[in-house]
Design a protein around this ligand. Structure first.
Ligand code: NAP
Length: 314
């Protein structure tokens, strides 16, 4: 049994829900497949201070609830399923979900976002979930009065570092260079925070730990100074990886054009992919801005592109 929809939106962050809002308000019968992280990356962030319209900031999960409800108010249906396979070689476009259901659509908007990048070392894999995390909002609470590290030099790393000081006794930021990629306001905030210190020009060589009665626990880090080549050992209770993201585009490999890093390629200033009728918006096609507000803007553009394309091609 397959179910047909006029417009299918794959992914449920600011881009996906904005696309759905505009699609539904354009009278397109619109469904959103929420995927493995309903609401997207903002559901694992704390306060969002830079989304226009929220003068006093808003919690990420609350903001995504508002996005979802606003789209639903105009008729968007949301499914807690993940699209795991697509066939865009024929129309209507074909899609299959993780519940083995088959769907077809006249037009598709892809807004699958991006996922945290990891260091991908053997010792990271060994202690992952046993003291290593990529989400301070999810796991920070477990490190009350403990000593933690954050890896990275971008806004995410410094934001996580500041956030973790609500719980931890100290937070050390390990960054592979002297200069930060983060914005000035984030750097200033971290530098002013008495609980935050910095280990610069340095990388984690190895995560160290122990295992007792079958339970693993991270206890330390072997850190290499990339300038001097010197190794130092640091005790730690927890380490948070905040080194950027990889686009969630694996399902579209070999089907849609993407760059070397896997970001979907859209044409010019539009949201058109290489397949007419399939559009892409948000972080899965944007490695430059990657903001909630730019994602929402591109979601709006994708819905307008889809609506106009459907008017000409349906
Ligand atoms: P990012 O800006 O790409 O920064 C990633 C950081 O991780 C860089 O400092 C990079 O080092 C480092 N890194 C990457 N791979 C590494 C590796 N294998 N080993 C060690 N270090 C590694 O990513 P992000 O911080 O997640 O931010 C992404 C976007 O979201 C940005 O546009 C940012 O402004 C935005 N953002 C905004 C806010 C906010 O405004 N509240 C909060 C979070 C994120 P190098 O610098 O040496 O390359």
């Amino acid at each position: 049994m397959s179910k047909h929809h006029e417009l299918i939106v794959i992914g449920s962050g600011p881009a996906g829900f904005t696309a759905a809002l505009y699609g539904s308000r354009a009278n397109l019968e619109t469904v959103v497949f929420e995927g493995q992280q309903p609401g997207g990356q903002l559901t694992i962030t704390t306060e969002v201070e830079n989304f226009p319209g929220f003068e006093n900031g808003v919690q990420g999960p609350e903001m995504m609830d508002i996005f979802r409800k606003q789209a639903q108010r105009f008729g968007t249906k949301t499914f807690y399923e993940t699209i795991t396979k697509v066939d865009f070689s024929q129309r209507p476009f074909q899609m299959w979900s993780d519940t083995d259901k088959h769907y077809t659509a006249d037009a598709v908007i892809i807004s699958t976002g991006a996922t945290a990048r990891l260091l991908n070392t053997e010792s990271e894999k060994k202690y992952w979930g046993f003291g290593i995390s990529a989400c301070a909002t999810c796991d920070g609470f477990f490190y009350k009065n403990q000593k933690v590290f954050v890896v990275g030099g971008g806004d995410s790393a410094l934001e996580e570092a500041n956030y973790l000081t609500h719980f931890a006794s100290s937070v050390s930021v390990i960054h592979r260079r002297q200069e930060f990629r983060a914005s000035k306001i984030m750097i200033d905030r971290a530098k002013k925070n008495p609980k935050v210190d910095f280990v610069l020009d340095s990388v984690i060589e190895e995560f160290l730990g122990e295992e007792q009665n079958g339970i693993k626990r991270l206890t330390g880090l072997s850190i290499k100074n990339v300038k001097t080549g010197e190794f130092t050992r640091h005790d730690t209770d927890g380490t948070f990886i905040a080194i950027g993201h990889v686009p969630n585009s694996q399902v579209f490999e070999g089907i849609l054009d993407m760059d070397d890093e896997g970001y979907l390629i859209t044409k010019g200033k539009s949201t058109y992919t290489n397949i007419p009728g399939v559009f892409a918006c948000g972080d899965v096609q944007d490695h430059v801005y990657r903001q909630a507000v730019t994602a929402a803007g591109s979601g709006c553009a994708a819905a307008i592109d889809a609506e106009r394309w459907l008017a000409d091609n349906k």
